[in-house]
Design a protein around this ligand. Structure first.
Ligand code: PHE
Length: 347
C-alpha cells in the first residue's frame, strides 16, 4: 500500500537524518522537527491521505501513523538531549575551573589607630573609676567659650577660631565644653566627679603635616574635695607610663589656659632615647604631650559648684599627637585619608 510505504520511508529517512546530525546543531534539529512533525509537516500531509483509504484500511494505517509519530517524537527528544549534553560539555571545556586552586581570602578590617588609642586610654581610666562621657561636636558658643572662661572679646579666642553654624552655634574647638556640661549635672552628694570625654574637635586651620582642621582630643576632669595638683601629676604620670613605658617621667611647665589656674604644659621623658636627646624629642629629652591645670574657680562657680569646698584638675590630650609620637607618623593627614596601606599597619 502506497501510503504505508511513504510512512515507512518518512520514518527511515528522518531517523537517518537524525543519526547524521552533528551534536551541536540545535537549530537544524528544530527545522527538521517542524518539517516532519509540524502542523504543516510531512506527517500531517500523509495523514490527509487517510481520507482516500477504504474503511477497513483506515484504522490500520491510522495506527501506523500514530506509531511513526511516537517513534519520531522520541527520536527528536533523544537528539535534543544529545545536543544539550554536548553544549554543557563544551561549556565545561571552555571554562577552565581549577578546583585545586586556593580559595580567595576574605580580607578582615581593623579598628582605626585613633579608635585603638582612644579605647586604650578609656580602659586605663575606667580601671581608675572614671566615667566616659560623650560630648557634642556641634556645640554652643556658650559652652565652648563662655563657660570655659572665654567671654566674647577674650583674646585667647583667636587661637581657636572655628566653623560657625550661626552666631551662637559652632563646631567645638576642644573637648573642654564637656567639663561644663558634666559639672552642671553632677550630684556631688554622691561623690567626686571623675570623667574623661574623647571626641572630635575642629579649628580653622590650614591643613599641613602637623595641622588639621579636625582632630581628636580626650578631655579629663576630676572635681571633688581636696583634689590637688599632686593628684593631677600622679594621674598624668600614670597615663604617660601606660602609654609610653614604665620608665617614663613627666615634667610640668607653667602655661596658660583661661579655664585652669594654674595651667601647665606636660612633657614626658623621651621614650626613644630615655632623655639623652634624639630626633624624636628634638635633642631636649622631653616631649610635650598635653595641656592641663587646676580647674579655674570661675568654671566651678558657673556650674553652681562651691569653689571653696570643691577643687579639681583637668587635662586635654591630642589623640593624633599620641599616635604620631608612638608610631613615628609624621603627617597628620595620614589619619584621615583612608589609605588601606596606612590603616593596615595597626592591626
Ligand atoms: N582645651 C585645651 C586645648 O584644647 C586643653 C586643656 C584641657 C587644657 C583641659 C587644660 C585643661 O588646648
Amino acid at each position: 500500500m502506497e501510503l504505508q510505504e511513504r510512512l515507512e520511508d518518512l520514518k527511515n529517512s528522518t531517523q537517518a537524518k537524525l543519526a547524521k546530525m552533528r551534536g551541536d546543531n540545535a537549530k537544524e534539529l528544530q527545522e527538521l522537527r517542524v518539517q516532519v512533525l509540524g502542523k504543516k509537516g510531512s506527517l500531517t500531509e500523509l495523514l490527509q491521505g487517510l481520507k482516500e483509504l477504504s474503511a477497513e484500511a483506515r484504522p490500520i494505517v491510522g495506527k501506523q501513523v500514530n506509531e511513526v509519530r511516537d517513534v519520531l517524537t522520541k527520536a527528536f527528544e533523544e537528539q535534543a538531549k544529545i545536543i544539550e549534553a554536548a553544549k554543557i560539555q563544551a561549556q565545561l571545556e571552555s571554562e577552565s575551573l581549577d578546583v585545586t586552586l586556593p580559595g580567595r581570602q576574605i580580607k578582615l578590617g581593623s579598628r582605626h589607630i585613633l579608635s585603638q588609642i582612644s579605647e586604650e586610654i578609656e580602659d586605663i581610666f575606667l580601671g581608675m573609676g572614671y566615667q566616659i562621657v560623650d560630648g557634642l561636636e556641634v556645640e554652643e558658643d556658650y559652652y565652648n567659650f563662655e563657660r570655659m572662661n572665654l567671654p566674647k572679646d577674650h583674646p585667647a579666642r583667636d587661637m581657636q577660631d572655628t566653623f560657625y553654624i550661626s552666631q551662637d552655634i559652632l563646631l567645638r574647638t576642644h573637648t573642654s565644653p564637656v567639663q561644663a556640661r558634666t559639672l552642671d549635672s553632677h550630684d556631688f552628694s554622691e561623690g567626686p566627679l571623675k570623667m574623661i570625654s574623647p571626641g572630635r574637635v575642629f579649628r580653622r586651620d590650614t591643613d599641613d603635616a602637623t595641622h588639621s582642621h579636625q582632630f581628636h582630643q580626650i578631655e579629663g576632669l576630676v572635681v571633688g574635695e581636696q583634689i590637688s595638683m599632686g593628684d593631677l601629676k600622679g594621674t598624668l604620670e600614670l597615663i604617660s607610663q601606660k602609654m609610653f613605658g614604665q620608665d617614663r617621667r613627666i615634667r610640668l611647665r607653667p602655661s596658660y589656659f583661661p579655664f585652669t589656674e594654674p595651667s601647665v604644659e606636660v612633657d614626658v621623658s623621651c621614650f626613644k632615647c630615655g632623655g639623652e636627646g634624639c630626633n624624636v624629642c628634638k635633642k631636649t629629652g622631653w616631649i610635650e604631650i598635653l595641656g592641663a591645670g587646676m580647674v579655674h574657680p570661675s568654671v566651678l562657680e558657673m556650674s553652681g559648684v562651691d569653689a571653696e569646698k570643691y577643687s579639681g584638675f583637668a587635662f586635654g590630650l591630642g589623640q593624633e599627637r599620641i599616635a604620631m609620637l608612638r608610631y613615628g607618623i609624621n603627617d597628620i593627614r595620614d589619619f584621615y585619608q583612608g589609605d588601606i596601606r596606612f590603616i593596615q599597619q595597626f592591626k
